[in-house]
Design a protein around this ligand. Structure first.
Ligand code: XMP
Length: 481
C-alpha cells in the first residue's frame, strides 16, 4: 500500500523566477555542456533515437549545430552501422584512411567502388602501395568504356601536389589555395599515401564553427542498441563504424536486464562512452550510475507519441523525474539527458534548470527535412509521419526493414505503448535548433545565468496554477502569426 503520495510536477506546472542578470547580450551566453562524462557539446540538444527522427541526415544536422544525434536501432545491424558511417564520413580534418585503388583497375571497377563506398575520388597506388595518381569526379565525366584502364584517366603523380604526413590544416589550406586544387594527398617518405585533406572538408568546417567533432574533426554521432538478443554484436558493428557513444535504450531502464547489459558491454568493450535509460527516479539513476554509465537518460512516459502512462499507469511527471535523477547523478559528475515532452524552448530552459545537461527531442524534430520519411499532404497541409517506438506501426516497419516474414496475426498480441501520428512540416532542423537555442539563451538571461552550470545553481522555480498557465499563453486576442 502506498503510504505517502508525493506531488509530481512537469514543465507546464512551473515557471522560472526572473533574477537580476549580468547578461547584456544573448551572445554572451555559453551553451557548452556535457552530453556524457567524456563528450562535450556546444548545444544541449539531442535528437531522439526514433525511426521517424534520427538517421544519418538528422545526426549530421544536429552535430553541425553543436548538438548530437542518436541513430535508432529499428533496422538491421548493417543498416545502422552504415548510418553511423555516413555521419563519420561527412567531414574530416584529415582523412587518414583514404580509399585507394590499384593502378591496374579499370573504369568499371572504379564505378563499382564509388557505388560501394559512396565517394567519388580515389588515390591510385602501384603494387608496392606507392601513390601513382588520383581519380576525381572530373576525370570520369566523359569516360564511358568500363574497360578503360584507370592509369589512362587518372591525374598522374607527376602532375599532383602532395605534402608530408604531418601537414597542418592551415598549411594544407595555403597549399590548396596556392595551387587552386581541391585535394591534397599526404604521403610518407616512401611515397605511400597516409592521408588526404580536401578543400570541401575545410570549407564545411568553417561553415559550422560550433560543430560537435571528434579528434579527427569528424562529426560526433551516437547509436542505440537494445539490451537483449543481438545487442553485443550490434555494439561491435557500431563501434567499428565509428560511433562515439552507445545508447542502451529501453522503455523501463531500471531493470535487471539493463544492469546486466551494462556489465556485459563494459566487459566486452571497456571504456566506450555509454548512455543508458530510461529511468525516472533517484533509485533508477543511482543504479545506472553505480553500474558505470557515462550519462543517464531520464523520462518515463512524457514523450509526444507515448501512451505508457495511459496503458500502464506508470510514470513520473518529467520535471520531478529530472530533479530526482539529477540530485543523484550530479554528485557523481554524470550528466542527465532529459528525454521527452519538450514542446517549447521554455521547456528546454526548464529541463536544464532542473538539472539536466541536455534535452532529447523527438516530436519537435520529426517534421523537418532531415527526419527519415517523405513529406505527405493531408487536407492541404504538408506533414510527416511520427511514431512512438513502442507503437504497432513501429514494430511493423521494423519487420519490413529487416525483411522478416509477418502476417495479419504477427502483432496481435502486442500491447502498444505508443502511437503513430503526423506532425506539421517544419522546414530544416537547423531552424528548429535556432529557435530552441534562441529561446534558451533568453531564458538563461532571465535566470541571471551565463552558463548551464550557473543555471543549475541559480534557477528558482515557482509552481503555478491553471490560471497562471492560461495567463502564460497568448490570450484575449486572435493570434495571426
Ligand atoms: P518527444 O516528446 O520529444 O519525446 O517526442 C521523445 C521520446 O519519447 C520516447 N518514446 C516513447 N515512449 N512509447 C513511450 O512510452 C513510445 O512508443 C515511445 N517512442 C518514443 C523516447 O524516450 C523518445 O526519445
Amino acid at each position: 500500500m502506498p503510504k505517502v503520495i508525493r506531488l509530481g510536477l512537469t514543465y507546464n506546472d512551473v515557471l522560472l523566477v526572473p533574477k537580476k542578470t549580468p547578461v547584456a547580450s544573448r551572445r554572451d551566453i555559453l551553451l557548452k555542456t556535457k552530453l556524457s562524462r567524456h563528450i562535450e557539446l556546444n548545444t544541449p540538444i539531442v535528437s531522439a533515437n526514433q525511426d521517424t527522427v534520427t538517421e544519418s541526415a538528422m545526426a549530421i544536422a544536429m552535430a553541425r549545430e553543436g548538438g548530437f544525434g542518436i541513430i535508432h536501432r529499428f533496422m538491421t545491424i548493417d543498416q545502422e552501422a552504415e548510418e553511423v558511417r555516413k555521419v563519420k564520413r561527412w567531414s574530416h580534418v584529415v582523412i587518414d584512411d583514404p580509399y585507394t585503388l590499384p593502378q591496374s583497375s579499370t573504369l568499371g571497377e572504379l564505378l563499382r567502388s564509388r557505388e560501394q563506398f559512396g565517394v567519388t575520388s580515389f588515390l591510385i597506388v602501384d603494387e608496392r602501395g606507392k601513390l601513382t595518381g588520383i581519380v576525381t569526379a572530373r576525370d570520369t565525366v566523359f569516360e564511358d568504356n568500363p574497360a578503360t584502364p584507370i592509369a589512362k584517366i587518372m591525374t598522374p603523380k607527376s602532375k599532383l601536389v602532395t605534402a608530408g604526413p604531418t601537414t597542418t590544416n592551415d598549411e594544407a589550406k595555403r597549399i590548396l589555395h596556392q595551387h587552386r586544387i581541391e585535394k591534397l594527398p599526404l604521403i610518407d617518405d616512401d611515397g605511400r599515401p597516409v592521408g588526404l585533406i580536401t578543400m570541401q572538408d575545410i570549407l564545411k568546417r568553417e561553415k559550422f564553427p560550433a560543430a560537435a567533432k571528434d579528434k579527427k574533426g569528424r562529426l560526433l554521432v551516437g547509436a542505440a542498441i537494445g539490451v537483449k538478443d543481438d545487442y553485443l554484436e550490434r555494439a561491435a558493428a557500431l563501434l567499428h563504424a565509428g560511433a562515439d557513444a552507445l545508447v542502451l535504450d529501453i522503455a523501463h531502464g531500471h531493470s535487471d536486464l539493463m544492469l546486466n547489459a551494462i556489465r556485459e558491454v563494459r566487459k566486452k568493450f571497456g571504456d566506450v562512452e555509454l548512455i543508458a535509460g530510461n529511468v525516472a527516479t533517484a533509485a533508477g539513476a543511482a543504479d545506472l550510475v553505480k553500474a558505470g554509465v557515462d550519462a543517464v537518460k531520464v523520462g518515463v512516459g512524457p514523450g509526444a507519441a507515448c501512451t505508457t502512462r495511459m496503458v500502464t499507469g506508470a510514470g513520473v511527471p518529467q520535471l520531478t523525474a529530472i530533479m530526482d535523477c539529477a540530485a543523484v547523478a550530479m554528485k557523481h559528475g554524470i550528466p542527465i539527458i532529459a528525454d521527452g515532452g519538450i514542446q517549447t524552448s521554455g521547456d528546454v530552459t526548464k529541463a536544464l534548470a532542473a538539472g539536466a545537461s541536455s534535452v532529447m527531442c523527438g516530436n519537435l524534430l520529426a517534421g523537418t527535412d532531415e527526419s527519415p520519411g517523405s513529406l505527405v499532404t493531408r487536407a492541404g497541409r504538408k506533414v510527416k509521419v511520427f511514431r512512438g517506438m513502442a507503437s504497432r506501426a513501429a514494430a511493423e516497419r521494423r519487420a519490413i526493414r529487416e525483411q522478416r516474414q509477418t502476417d495479419d496475426t504477427t502483432f496481435n498480441e502486442m500491447v502498444p505503448e505508443g502511437v503513430e501520428s503526423v506532425v506539421p512540416y517544419r522546414g530544416s532542423a537547423r531552424d528548429i535548433i535556432h529557435q530552441l537555442v534562441g529561446g534558451l539563451r533568453s531564458g538563461m538571461s532571465y535566470c541571471g545565468s551565463r552558463t548551464i552550470d550557473e543555471l543549475h545553481e541559480k534557477a528558482e522555480f515557482i509552481q503555478i496554477t491553471e490560471a497562471g498557465w492560461k495567463e502564460s499563453l497568448p490570450h484575449d486576442a486572435e493570434v495571426t502569426s
